[in-house]
Ligand binder design. Sequence first.
Ligand SMILES: [Zn+2]
Length: 82
Amino acid sequence: MKPPICYICDKDFRDSEEGGLVYFKKRAKDHEWDKKMEKLGMTDQPPYAGWFCGEHYEEAKKLKNLTIDEAMKILRTLFKVR
Ligand SMILES: [Zn+2]
């Protein structure tokens, strides 16, 4: 697992009670990733999941029925980053 660093603002919020991991809709390559990990018997943070701090978690969760690519594009625009 990666440390909880917000995908929007790069804040490390491991000591915070707010925020968390959001699982987005799987892309074709994410289904392949799942299958590969299952075969290897490994667990890791999926490429379709992202960490969000308390400030950005709620907005990110609203977009979890999109893929992470689509959701990040919208979130970056929404929060005016990069
Ligand atoms: Zn954040």
